[in-house]
Design a binder for this molecule. Sequence first.
Ligand code: SF4
Ligand code: SF4
Length: 386
Amino acid sequence: MTTQDLTVDLETSDLIRDSGAETFTLCFQCAVCSASCPWNRVSHFDPRRMLHQARLGVADLEDEAWWMCATCRSCVARCPMQVDVIAIMRAVRRLVVGYGAGRFPDSIRVSLKNVAGVGNPAGESPDKREDWTKKAKKVESFSTDAEVLYFSCCVPAYDAKARRMAVSLSNILEAVGIKFGILGNREKCCGESVRKCGNEELFQTLAQSNIDAFKEAGAKTVLVSSPHCYHTFKNEYPELGAEFQVVHYTQYLAQLIRDGKLKLTKPIDKKVTYHDPCYLGRHNSVYDEPRDVLKSIPGLELVELPNCREDSICCGAGGGRVWAETKKGERFSDLRVNQAIDVGAEILTVACPYCMLMFDDSVLTMGKEEVLQIKDISELVLEAME
Ligand code: SF4
Ligand code: SF4
């Protein structure tokens, strides 16, 4: 290596560190992260080696392996040195996206372009954002006398199958008599995955636009379907001036049940298992409320997956992977579907639109639709009310 190469390497190392990878200096290369990574259940991925390369400034920015991390936090939770592996992956992605210094998957490029252009990754018109409400009983525009502002997330808003999450939740709220409202085309993608993909500038623009829209509307509490929206609203928007409370819908339903406002009386005599989404569980320690809701349904038998709560296996969609192609045979969601079938579950319940997309796809491609149903918790709750 020449002196000039070394200078370039140190500059790259400094750039990566200054993009949010400060903790890479703590790493002592024990490889606990690599052993914890779900990729190594289906193929090969070595975050330990990648962190080392990032620290030395010799990260190959043309290598699309930097885009494999699903930001599931399994490694971060286990690292003995509290190295923020996700922040390091994101820092390298920032160099690629922000400086145009490498290569990244075309499907992610298209989704980011769509978010920048029309405010959602699907590339759909903002005016279609509230089309899902046509399937619901009654959804109004938000006004300040409403208890909560419901933020559906782009996936239920635009995906024909995942739409059922928003529809069933709003039907529950309507049946219980909760006054709620939506912002429709005034809301944009929350930006959580955008930020994990390294497009910090676009994230800041989206966040500011949503914060302004919530403020102008006078929203004090925002109710969300997605743990990804939950995570960024709760942990990232406040430093940009957000002052609203955020509640995940499973927390909200659990509270309604505790208060006696939501009564579940119709039995569902099924064996049901629950998949902890990374961004509700490991990222935000919400484990009990989704289970409390399920346990309140008469007749329902809740069985746990072998990897549950802190030990949950990612569905594979975090960190922008929801927009990436994942080869057949390498999908974490297939592992989860097999685990659910192995514990004898008839229904695999989810509490995240990304998980819903991944599991819906897995049961279809694995030919398991007759054996295992994928349902959002809100769908089960609605069934138990009727
Ligand atoms: S677990 Fe932590 S200390 Fe060990 S190699 Fe991974 S990042 Fe480094
Ligand atoms: S965050 Fe998850 S997917 Fe990313 S390196 Fe760590 S264990 Fe692997």
